[in-house]
Design a protein around this ligand. Structure first.
Ligand code: SF4
Ligand code: SF4
Length: 220
């Protein structure tokens, strides 16, 4: 979710890259599940999250829309997010012991927290959001390790490409007539979320093929 805020108000004022260390360590969240509750619509899911959900046997876009996921307008387009549920407004993947049931397959934004991404000049750097993680005495961890994502360089390239695609869609779609708006919104949902990803292959090649196909449609 894009935020138009003063960077110094929400972060420690530093920019980080994969090889940097930042005060992120929280003892594996022992006794805390604060960022898995009351998160509203903020845990937005990207296409790779659904590739990983499929790979981990968590569910498909369609099956998860029945319980764990909902659709909302975010940054001018319709995107899925984790649906906080129950009286305590918790993530449906949070166990009664306060642990993540899908830890190995958790979404990219859960891996990132409490880091954020600061986009500028066609790429991004990481920021450490202050006042987000509730852990005291956090210790330094290398960001590459914190993200716990195989091939983090390819992952960053993909995130940047997806961010750019959604940003442009968010600018263009509101200026279209109703019919085109519907067509573009449905195309994004169907091609990047609903259509299964081949879990036997790598994700990235297929993602770039789909972005190329989108470009050829001239829709966005
Ligand atoms: S998917 Fe896991 S880490 Fe992410 S909000 Fe839900 S319980 Fe927390
Ligand atoms: S707020 Fe910090 S310590 Fe608590 S669950 Fe989230 S990341 Fe872990």
């Amino acid at each position: 979710m894009l935020r138009d805020v003063d960077i110094n108000e929400i972060s420690d004022g530093h920019f980080y890259s994969l090889s940097d260390m930042a005060k992120l360590g929280c003892n594996e969240c022992a006794g805390c599940s604060a960022c898995c509750r009351d998160m509203g619509r903020s845990v937005i899911l990207d296409p790779m999250d659904f590739y990983r959900f499929a790979k981990g046997g968590i569910g498909t876009f369609s099956s998860m829309l029945e319980r764990e996921v909902e659709l909302n307008i975010t940054d001018g387009v319709i995107l899925p997010n984790i649906k906080m549920t129950g009286t305590d407004s918790a993530c449906p993947f949070l166990t009664t012991e306060g642990r993540c049931r899908i830890h190995a397959w958790r979404p990219g934004l859960c891996r990132l927290f409490p880091l954020g991404r600061y986009y500028e000049n066609g790429s991004f750097r990481y920021i450490l959001q202050t006042g987000e993680c509730k852990a005291q005495n956090r210790y330094k961890v290398r960001i590459r390790k914190w993200l716990d994502m195989p091939d983090p360089v390819s992952y960053e390239k993909y995130i940047n490409c997806w961010h750019d695609l959604i940003r442009k869609a968010g600018e263009k779609i509101p200026r279209m007539d109703d019919r085109k708006q519907h067509e573009a919104v449905m195309y994004l949902l169907k091609e990047f979320y609903e259509k299964p990803w081949s879990v036997s292959g790598g994700f990235y090649d297929e993602f770039y093929e789909r972005t190329e196909k989108l470009r050829e449609t001239g829709l966005l």
